[in-house]
Design a protein around this ligand. Structure first.
Ligand code: GUN
Length: 290
């Protein structure tokens, strides 16, 4: 079993991006600038946004964090998006999800200028991905693609099973894995809560991608011997032994599943750091496109 080190891979890629930024600046170009919008006080969201701001520093980007109270109205948030769309200095921005219940996430996503949508959540960017046009790829799925590529994991002709059909991970992931690309050419099964016999499906997987958001859901009996297992889960589970009061749990029961795998990503330190790296890559691309 080989552990896929997302943290080390992410550090390496950020180093590569930082070199590119230095060259841009040396040639009189503009410093890439990412803005992040954070609404409310969700601990997880705050941590993720802080990681993104820190990654900007490491890559040599400028970053702006815009924070708003939980009580911001949809109209006010849409006005913030509009302002960021028009801000000449900002190359790309993200609105951290989830948003409070009184705000329609789809409406907010649709309001983002696709040319600044570095999360790759706008239907224009998702549509571009679907027909293989250049655009911003969604952060988590593309982070996983980069991990598979850097670890030289063969995907062509393999059976890939994705668990979970969210708009931001499962559904775009299944598309990327089936594309005709260096990492791709898989036969993909997209499974979800209505799948009749989930374990029968996951046991068929050469590459199993768990993105359902249920801590330790995938057990050893659900995994084929020698499978590549990618764990997208990041559930916060109460843990009094930790100073923070919680521990981060993946969707995979790591201790019992890992001995069966050829490769596996840990949580934390697997997919998470790569998600942030894709955002940096997309921001650099957005800056170059302008
Ligand atoms: N919430 C969970 N993942 C993401 C992400 O990649 N981007 C944003 N904006 N919100 C998220």
């Amino acid at each position: 079993m080989q552990l896929i080190d997302g943290k080390a891979t992410a550090e390496a890629i950020k180093g590569e991006i930082a070199i590119e930024v230095k060259e841009i600046l040396a040639n009189g170009g503009k410093q890439p600038h990412l803005a992040a919008v954070l609404v409310g006080n969700d601990g997880g969201s705050r941590t993720y946004v802080n990681h993104k701001v820190k990654a900007c520093e490491q890559c040599g980007f400028k970053s702006t964090l815009l924070e708003f109270e939980e009580t911001i109205t949809e109209e006010e948030l849409l006005a913030v998006v509009d302002k960021l769309n028009k801000d000449e200095d900002i190359d790309g921005f993200i609105v951290q999800l989830p948003l409070p219940k009184h705000i329609d996430e789809t409406k907010v996503t649709l309001a983002i200028d696709p040319a600044k949508d570095v999360d790759g959540f706008h239907p224009e960017n998702l549509g571009r991905m679907m027909i293989g046009l250049p655009g911003f790829l969604p952060a988590t799925p593309y982070g996983i693609v980069q991990l598979l590529e850097r670890y030289g994991i063969e995907t062509s002709g393999k059976k890939c099973v994705v668990v979970g059909r969210s708009n931001i991970v499962g559904t775009p992931m299944s598309l990327l894995m089936s594309r005709n690309a260096k990492v791709g050419n898989c036969t993909v099964t997209l499974t979800h809560s209505r799948t009749a016999d989930l374990a029968a499906e996951t046991r068929e997987a050469d590459i199993l991608i768990a993105a359902l958001g249920k801590p330790e859901f995938v057990t050893a009996d659900m995994v084929k011997e020698g499978a590549v297992v990618i764990d997208v889960g990041t559930s916060r589970v109460k843990d009094d032994s930790k100073k923070s009061g919680f521990s981060l749990k993946g969707d995979v029961k790591f201790d019992e599943v890992s001995p069966k795998c050829s490769f596996i990503t840990p949580v934390p330190g697997g997919v998470g750091p790569m998600t942030v790296v894709t955002l940096m890559r997309n921001t650099l691309l957005a800056a170059k496109n302008r």
